[in-house]
Ligand binder design. Structure first.
Ligand code: C2O
Ligand code: CU
Length: 463
């Protein structure tokens, strides 16, 4: 679990942020209006303010990178400059984007070489909480800090406070610096992926925020961990869900279960009307771990519930005329490695270690030459996913939001929220449905980034 007592020598200064205070670096704006986002190595203290610096890879010098904010329907224009020692690209996670701008190295663009640059220019059609991250050797680049928030604002924000919390679990070595020796460890790739031992919010351990009593606050939680599923309980602090994976529900919903799982790459927006001090805790360990705390002061004045953003217009799937596609997930530790083909060859013996491929979709590890399926534009696709592994996975569809229509054989009503990433437990079967209305080549992969690299990646085409 997370480091707590052992390494927590009475913190010299808990950093307090008042709600209006920026916790992100500013984007650099070029003369032609493009935001410049430069990936490169930089030093950052992620353990403690008075601790050692880690060698990270960041966007514009800090992890997370700048918070990009636009209004619904506006252009996002980013000039990506690569000063890393390896090629990279940026993916705009959750945006129903023009395919050419999706940032998938090797599928929608060539990776940007060291010293190169690439202009991203796309419209953000939906309001909500999104994020961007490196999409080349992501297991390495995201673990080192290459990610940032992308917020698409609603027309009439009516919250007094709007806070973005990008959560990451770093793996620190005993000296409190980022541990990198274990990156690429195949044993971890075949298990639950790379899990960290140090939780930060916007690059800081346990930040403290100041809020005013009775003033509605929107908390946008983004799970930027490589592989960790965060366990939360919004009811402990009076949080109500207003959006999943960026898509507004149009109402504030109190959860009637716990824990609430926030998988890698997933987002949740919470509405809080604070009455007193509170903390947000990760509750998977023996004792809850408060990773963000809130000091609430002042006297409440009577005020109306904030106006929640309208749901975005996403086409409803037509289940009666759908293309059915199956996806059988296999492999991994304690799983079946018998029938895995990679680049046209069946893997055996030492092949697994040599190729670092240990997971498969329908028996195929990683990107095949041909798409997993093709859909014609505006066709409804039902993806029937069966997890025949011993592990939990976080499956992400690029370019589209979908609804989960059944889980473990139980049909769900059509009031399910739109999502771009869903969790699927060992042995579970989940069906999702979406209208394939976005032309191009789209990735479908596990967002536990080690799993994606080790075989759990495929693609589909909309023509
Ligand atoms: Cu957030 Cu293919 O990724
Ligand atoms: Cu996975």
């Amino acid at each position: 679990m997370f480091w707590t007592r052992r390494h927590f020598i009475k913190s010299a200064s808990a950093l307090t942020l008042s709600a209006g205070m920026p916790s992100f670096v500013r984007p650099v704006i070029a003369e032609d209006g493009f935001l410049e986002i430069t990936a490169g190595p930089s030093k950052q203290k992620i353990f403690r303010e008075d601790g050692p610096s880690s060698d990270l890879w960041t966007y514009n010098g800090k992890a997370p990178g700048p918070e990009i904010r636009v209004k619904r329907g506006e252009h996002v224009r980013v000039r990506f400059i690569n000063n890393l020692e390896e090629p990279s690209s940026i993916h705009w996670h959750g945006i129903r984007i023009d395919n050419a701008m999706d940032g998938v190295a090797g599928l929608t663009q060539a990776a940007v070489p060291t010293g190169g640059s690439f202009d991203y220019d796309f419209i953000a059609p939906d309001a909500g909480t999104y994020w961007y991250h490196a999409h080349n050797r992501s297991w390495n680049q995201v673990a080192r800090g290459l990610y940032g928030p992308l917020i698409v604002e609603d027309e009439k924000p009516s919250f007094d406070h709007d806070l973005t919390l990008v959560i990451d679990d770093w793996r620190l070595a005993d000296d409190g610096t980022l541990e990198t020796a274990s990156l690429g460890n195949l044993m971890e790739w075949a298990h639950g992926g790379r899990l960290g031992n140090w939780l930060t919010v916007n690059g800081r351990p346990s930040p403290e925020y100041m809020l005013r009593k009775g003033e509605p606050c929107r908390l946008r939680l983004i799970n930027a961990c490589n592989a960790r599923v965060l366990e939360l309980d919004p009811n402990r602090f009076g949080g109500r869900v207003t959006a999943y994976d960026g898509q507004s529900l149009g109402r504030a919903e109190q959860l009637n279960y716990s824990p609430f799982l926030l998988g890698p790459a997933q987002r949740v927006d919470l509405l809080i009307v604070p009455e007193g001090d509170f903390a947000i805790e990760e509750i998977s360990g023996d004792r809850p771990y408060a990773f963000a705390t809130f000091q609430v002061s002042g006297t409440a004045t009577e005020r109306a519930e904030p106006i929640l953003p309208m749901p975005n217009a996403i086409p409803e799937p037509d289940l009666t005329n759908a293309r059915r596609v199956t996806l059988d997930m296999t492999g991994g530790a304690m799983g079946n490695l018998q029938d895995i083909t990679y680049q046209g060859k069946k893997l055996e013996g030492d092949d697994f270690r040599r190729t670092a491929q240990v997971w498969a979709f329908n028996g195929v590890a990683n990107m095949a030459e041909t798409p997993h399926f093709s859909a014609t534009r505006d066709e409804t696709v039902i993806l029937e996913v069966e997890n025949n592994t011993s592990w939990l996975h976080a499956m992400h569809v690029h370019g589209h939001h979908f609804k989960v229509i059944s889980r473990s054989g139980a049909e769900l009503d059509d009031g399910q929220p739109w999502r771009d990433t869903f969790l699927i437990g060992a042995g579970q079967k989940v069906e999702i449905a979406f209208v394939a209305d976005n032309m191009g080549k789209w990735l479908f992969h596990c967002h536990m980034l080690e799993h994606a690299a080790a075989g759990m990646t495929t693609w589909f085409e909309v023509t």
